[in-house]
Every structure is written in C-alpha cells, then in structure tokens.
Design a binder for this molecule. Structure first.
Ligand code: NAD
Ligand code: GLY
Length: 364
C-alpha cells in the first residue's frame, strides 16, 4: 500500500493540520494515530455511507479509542438542517459525552459541514476529524473549516468557521460513488483552474477522460492539487476577509439555483458548474476576459457531463435569491469574476448586467 501524500494547512496559533490523501487509508492504522485523546469517539455518517464504511472506520478507531459510537443521519442536501444537527447533539447529550469527545465526519460535504458545525457548538467546541468520501468533499468541503446547515431562505446561512484536527481522504471510497456525484465533484476541481492555476486547467482538460474513468493515480493528483490550492488560500485568509472569496467562483448563481429549486433538486456541484458558466460570461461582459475563455470553460464543463443551462426561475427571482448570498453587501450582489486566467476577484455587478446574462442563458 503506497504511503499517503500529505498536504499541510498552515493557520495561526497551533491550528495547523494535515490532509492525508491516499489509497487504503481506512484499512491501515497509521493515519489514525496521533489524534486527540478521548474516552469516546463518535462517527457521524448517513444511511448510504454508513453501511459501506462505518464498520471499517469503527475498527480503525477502536485501536485508538475505548468506545466508538455511530450516529446515522438521513441522506441528502434537504436534510442539512436543524433536525439533523439536533440528532447529533441529542446523541452527544443523551450519552453525557464530555468535551474531549472526538467527532468523525464520514461522508460527503453534507455530513462534513453538519458534523463540523456540531463539533463547533457542542460544549462550545470539541475536536473533529474529516473523513471525506465524495470527490467534492475530498477536493473542497473537508478542507478549510467552513461548517454550516442550510436555511429555507439561504444556503449554508447558519454555521461557523471551525477547523478539523485532520482530514483523511481515502481515494478508495470513490469506487462506490455514483457517476453523477463524481461529475459533481469535478465541478469543484475545475473551479481551481480559472481562479488560481492556469496550468491546472490545462491538466484537467488533458486528463478529463481519465478522471471520468476513475483512474486512481489521476484522481489522486486532482485531489492533491485541489487541496494544495485551497490550503494556500485558506492559510492566507481563513475567515474570508478577502482572498478566500475566490473559492466561491460560480457559487452566487449556484446557491440561487439550489435554494430556488429546493435543496437536493440539483447537486451542489451541478449548480456550481452552471454558475461558473454564467460568472465567466459576466466576467466577459465586464470586459475582463475574452469570449474565447467563456467558450473554453463551457466546453470543459459540458465534457464533464455537467449542466450549462440554468433553470428558468426568472430574473427577479434570481436577483432576490442572490441578495441573500453571504458575499452581498447592503443588498448589492457581488460576484467572483475571472480577471485573467488563473486570477479572480470579487466585483460588484449592476443588476441590469446580471439580468442580461440570465436572459442570454434562458434563465429569465
Ligand atoms: P453529499 O454529502 O450529499 O454526498 C453526495 C451523495 O453521495 C450522498 O447521497 C451521499 O450519501 C453519497 N455518498 C457519499 N460518499 C459516498 C461513497 N463513497 N459511495 C457512495 N455514495 C456516497 O454531497 P457532496 O457533493 O459531497 O457535498 C455537497 C455539500 O458540500 C453541499 O452542502 C455544499 O454546500 C457543501 N460544501 C461545503 C464546502 C465547505 O467549504 N465547507 C465546500 C463545498 C461544498
Ligand atoms: N468552498 C468555499 C470555501 O471553502 O471558502
């Protein structure tokens, strides 16, 4: 079994942590050593992932902790809410678990975000470890300490910045991931090219077929490079005072699609993919990038089997939804736009121009 690759995330204080990426990590002991000591560890997972991997993780953790509980939540973005969060807290409190208890988030971004939020608020903070099992979670959501639940009025609106102790990404878990979920994860991989690394965009274009065919070595590089870019950005701006916003390229329209259609109708990665096409189009309309860049990104997203045509919610409804975006200021919608290939920034965009883009893409 090859040794895992490690990406380091550097944060102020003693909060640096490792992202371990490799195959077979759920079957070996080394990656699970050196975590905070506790009487009890609690695995939080869902009804899809727990039957696949919870026993294996539990076996690993019983080499470290005397007792390991498993909390199984319903599956789906529509369950990323107070009810699920309460179910985690109910377990912790009903078992009188102390503030040293370590939580393990075993699943995709939904489980990771909710478990992280529960860890942030239980007794004002207990340690947690991310064990991401989707491509999207391995390349993005498990890294960087954004935790949240959704509100019917807005995506990820309730949450906290709270960093994990470690991220352990076993590439073998991707073997059981449905194709649609793999493609959704590719959206967040593609995102890193335009915002931070033009050569990574070329690499994705060259290796897309191998990624879709789940070539493990190619997937491993995509996860490592994505995590390295994200770790660098988060290390510079943990709480999104500026730079970190670039990681939200495609998310302003993406989140509007998710909450506008009802959580779970489109996958997060699908909504982000379509949002990137429209944000690239806006970048061109703002005079930042040539039309050829928009066409190039759209072609790649289409090749990845991701949607490029937004749902027809109407311009007014889109604008209303986007005013609840976390990047909005005093009701003014702000977009992450591509300034040149590999560089992005936050820009105010006039409503009329947003409406123009929405109309041009059949969304209004
Ligand atoms: P998800 O967590 O809903 O997982 C997708 C589906 O795959 C689910 O049905 C899940 O049960 C299933 N699944 C997970 N692992 C599997 C496996 N190995 N085999 C088979 N099935 C498996 O969705 P996601 O795409 O992982 O995450 C999306 C969420 O992440 C959204 O809520 C989004 O807001 C959030 N997110 C957060 C951040 C962050 O920085 N915190 C970044 C990006 C996205
Ligand atoms: N996925 C956006 C961020 O972590 O900031």
């Amino acid at each position: 079994m090859p040794a895992p690759d490690t990406v380091h995330i550097q944060l102020p204080g003693d909060r640096n942590y490792e992202i371990r990426i490799g195959t077979g990590l759920l079957n070996e002991a080394a990656s699970w050593q050196g975590l905070p000591k506790a009487a009890v560890a609690v695995i939080v997972s869902n009804e899809t992932v727990a039957p696949l991997y919870a026993d294996r993780l539990r076996d690993r953790l019983l080499g470290v902790y005397a007792r390991v509980d498993v909390v199984v939540l319903p599956d789906g973005e529509q369950h990323k809410n107070w009810d699920s969060l309460n179910r985690i807290c109910d377990h912790l409190l009903s078992q009188a678990l102390d503030r040293k208890t370590v939580l393990f988030a075993l699943g995709g971004g939904v489980i990771g975000d909710m478990t992280g939020f529960a860890a942030a608020i239980y007794m004002r903070g207990v340690p947690f470890v991310q064990v991401p099992t989707t491509l999207l979670a391995q390349v993005d959501s498990s890294v960087g300490g954004k935790t949240a639940i959704n509100h019917p009025l807005g995506k990820n609106m309730l949450g906290a910045f709270y960093q994990p102790e470690r991220v352990i990404a076993d590439l073998d878990t991707l073997d059981t991931l449905p194709d649609r979920e793999l493609r959704a994860g590719l959206a967040e991989v593609i995102k890193y090219g335009p915002i931070a690394d033009a050569s990574f965009l070329c690499w994705i274009e060259d290796n897309l077929d191998a990624l879709l065919a789940r070539d493990k070595a190619v997937l491993g590089y995509a996860v490592r490079r994505s995590c390295a870019i994200k770790a660098d950005v988060v290390g510079q701006d943990e709480k999104e005072q500026g730079l970190r916003a670039i990681l939200n390229f495609g998310h302003t329209i993406g989140h509007a699609i998710e909450s506008g259609l009802g959580y779970g109708a489109w996958l997060h990665g699908e909504a982000v993919a379509c949002g990137m096409v429209l944000a690239a189009d806006l970048s061109q309309r703002m005079g930042l990038v040539p039309r050829a860049f928009v066409d190039r990104l759209r072609t790649l997203i289409e090749r990845a089997g991701l949607p490029v045509q937004p749902p027809k919610l109407g311009a007014e409804r889109y604008l209303q939804l986007m005013r609840v975006d976390k990047k909005a200021e005093a009701g003014a919608i702000r977009f992450v736009l591509i300034e040149s290939l590999g560089r992005a920034g936050l820009h105010g965009v006039p409503d009329a121009l947003i409406a123009e883009t929405l109309v041009a893409h059949g969304a209004a």
